[in-house]
Write a protein that binds this ligand. Structure first.
Ligand SMILES: NC(=O)c1ccc[n+]([C@@H]2O[C@H](COP(=O)([O-])OP(=O)(O)OC[C@H]3O[C@@H](n4cnc5c(N)ncnc54)[C@H](OP(=O)(O)O)[C@@H]3O)[C@@H](O)[C@H]2O)c1
Length: 269
């Protein structure tokens, strides 16, 4: 059954850029009460300033820090009375072959993309159960098919999906809806912010960002999937083809993925 977001309390982690920012804009336009976080105070301040008279709660919180997540969620419940929908969106990517990449990079990506979702969900869970609400993970095609140069990112998204699947089964008689969404390549800041093998920000995108799906379109699909209570959502034709190929022709998928990401033995994307 389709629900709408009017007066619902929706938490979006990482709402200052890209897909999270687009989700915040659309949710406020639909009449939701929105809480969001990020690490950068100035970006949160700019967001809050754009919506002076809207029910928007913004707070500096690094989702890889359990206490930050606890404070973010508790302050949201205090401000809005509870949580109906939690969208675990905050995430970072990486780029580096494992032979060159520091273990700290893998750990950092896991801490943000996986443990960030665990912490926020843990502190929001009682309220979501009480309201028979929804828990969403923003995953990736990399959660179905490991991608070279993004081994830690792929691991974090596989972990996220496995954890959410377990949670869905645990909560199946509580009326809580658990789902994950897998955007394909979407125009955002993610590739600029991606960590290099040494843990620095990449500072550029190897993709033609203008040719990718827009963050707004991606956010529209995500909100529709939440309303329709989908189990999962896979976006973009390339994304769907990759998952199909991986399931039925994994050897061929290895070759095609290698061809897409490498040229003359070098990682090019
Ligand atoms: N864009 C794509 O092509 C694509 C494809 C598949 C999946 N996804 C997934 O979609 C989600 C959103 O990505 P995006 O493309 O919109 O990226 P983005 O443009 O880089 O935005 C990421 C958002 O998350 C926040 N964030 C990052 N690390 C955080 C942390 N430790 N604590 C709190 N907030 C944090 C960022 O703010 P601060 O940096 O200020 O903290 C920003 O608001 C991610 O989970 C990503 O894996 C994206």
């Amino acid at each position: 059954m389709t629900q709408n977001f009017s007066n619902k309390v929706v938490v979006v982690t990482g709402g200052t850029d890209g897909i999270g920012r687009a989700l915040v804009d659309l949710l406020l336009a639909e009449g939701a009460k929105v809480a969001t976080c990020g690490r950068n105070h100035d970006k949160l301040y700019a967001l809050q300033s754009e919506y002076p008279s809207y029910p928007l709660h913004t707070i500096v919180a690094d989702v890889s820090n359990e206490n930050d997540c606890r404070h973010f969620i508790e302050s949201t419940i205090k401000m809005f009375g509870g949580i109906d929908v939690l969208i675990n969106n905050a995430g970072i990517s990486m780029r580096g072959l494992m032979k060159d990449t520091s273990v700290d990079v893998i750990r950092k990506v896991m801490e943000i993309n996986f443990f960030g979702a665990v912490y926020c969900t843990k502190y929001a869970l009682n309220s979501i159960i009480e309201r028979k609400g929804t828990i969403v993970g923003v995953s990736s095609i990399a959660g179905y098919r490991g991608l070279p140069g993004r081994s830690g990112y792929s691991a974090s998204k596989f972990a996220l999906q496995g954890w959410l699947e377990a949670l869905r089964t645990e909560l199946s008689e509580d009326g809580v809806h658990v789902m994950w969404v897998c955007p394909g390549f979407t125009s955002s800041n993610i590739r600029n912010a991606a960590l290099t093998h040494q843990g620095e920000q990449q500072g550029e995108s190897p993709m033609e960002e203008g040719k990718l799906m827009s963050a707004e379109t991606c956010a529209q699909h995500i909100l529709k999937a939440i309303k329709d209570k989908k189990r999962t959502l896979v976006l973009t034709r390339t994304g769907k083809q990759t998952i199909f190929m991986q399931k039925f022709f994994p050897g061929l998928a290895d070759k095609l993925v290698r061809k897409f990401y490498f040229k003359d033995g070098k990682l090019i994307k």
